[in-house]
Design a protein around this ligand. Structure first.
Ligand code: PLV
Length: 322
């Protein structure tokens, strides 16, 4: 069996985005991972460490963590049960079943599904696979930064990293990766959508808070509570984490622009990051002095996501642009 389940993804220079931002933009193409998102890095690693020869794994997911867990389980020959909330589109359920997973639909949002997954782990003796809150996940995700460092070569360092935040696992993993390669001083722009803003709300409150509801269409960013580690990083004076929000309309517009310009379809969770470029947010942060005017290369984590196809895109357009 292969040493790990994830691939070394391409790092692409993006000319159209570079023009907009005024510095070289590099895209880390995590959309091209097996299972369609960066999630396989951490979840593949965690499953290899914890779930070999187990009775099975259970994961609650907005979709992509579940797909990664189902993929890893299939490769390991272990059964997978994935619990998704009713907000997950049919194409997510289908994608999980195609990976050979048993799918259970429970509750309205991810937090409800997670409670059910925890219950199943207990009652059926399954290995619980958390989608964002575990050190093994962060360790797995960190590999993407090591790849970027190797691809850029010695002496080249990003001026900033742009990524999306759901429960904060990607953020924790990237920070781990930045630590590993000695890039702790690189600022991180942490994007969420309005209505799936658990990190931003925690930073404003000065403590971890739980959102009343998820009202954003970026369902894969829809954890009501950010993981403790992500919040603690946001409070650390050794790191620069800039937490910003975009609207669903801006995220959707970014998904469409990215499709037009790069011919790549990603989901809303990823559109939240891309919108920081397309909406002029990066420029604004520079003008406000929160990012340097002379910014080094911008590293965009194209986190990907499978909860999207042309039909889903059209339905989002109708919902959000009417
Ligand atoms: N999605 C999780 C959590 O959902 C899931 O279950 O799939 N980009 C994409 C495409 C994602 O799927 C996710 C997480 C993120 C970004 C954010 O990553 P996180 O949760 O580690 O901050 C509720």
């Amino acid at each position: 069996m292969a040493e790990h389940f994830h691939l070394n993804t391409p790092l692409l220079e993006c000319l159209s985005m570079s023009k907009l931002v005024g510095t070289t933009v590099y895209l880390k193409m995590e959309n091209s991972q097996p299972s369609g998102s960066f999630k396989i890095r951490g979840i593949g690693h965690l499953c290899q460490q914890l779930a070999r020869q187990s009775k099975g794994v259970v994961c609650a997911s907005g979709g992509n963590a579940g797909k990664a867990a189902a993929y890893a389980a299939r490769k390991m020959g272990v059964p997978a049960t994935i619990v998704v909330p009713s907000s997950s589109p049919q194409l997510v359920v289908q994608g999980l079943q195609d990976q050979g997973a048993k799918v259970k639909i429970t509750g309205k949002v991810w937090d409800d599904a997670n409670a059910e997954a925890l219950r199943l782990a207990e009652s059926e003796g399954l290995i619980f696979v958390p989608p964002f809150d575990h050190p093994l996940l962060w360790q797995g995700h960190a590999s993407m930064v090591a790849e970027v460092a190797a691809a850029l070569g010695p002496g080249v360092k990003p001026g900033a990293v742009l990524l999306s935040v759901g429960g904060g696992g990607l953020l924790c993993g990237v920070i781990q990766g930045l630590k590993d390669v000695g890039w702790m001083d690189v600022p991180i722009i942490a994007m969420e959508t309005v209505g799936a803003n658990c990190l931003n709300a925690a930073i404003k409150a000065g403590k971890v808070v739980t959102l009343d509801d998820i009202t954003s269409e970026a369902k894969c960013l829809g954890a009501k509570t950010v993981c403790k580690q992500a919040f603690e990083y946001s409070q650390s004076s050794d790191l620069t984490i800039i937490s910003e929000l975009v609207t669903d309309q801006q995220a959707l517009h970014a998904v469409q622009t990215f499709l037009d310009e790069e011919r790549v379809l990603v989901e809303m969770a990823c559109g939240a990051s891309l919108a920081a470029v397309y909406s002029g947010l990066i420029r604004r942060l520079q003008e406000e002095g929160r990012l340097p005017t002379l910014l080094g290369p911008l590293l965009v984590i194209v986190c990907g996501g499978s909860s999207i196809n042309m039909e889903q895109l059209t339905s989002l357009k109708h919902k959000l642009q009417s």
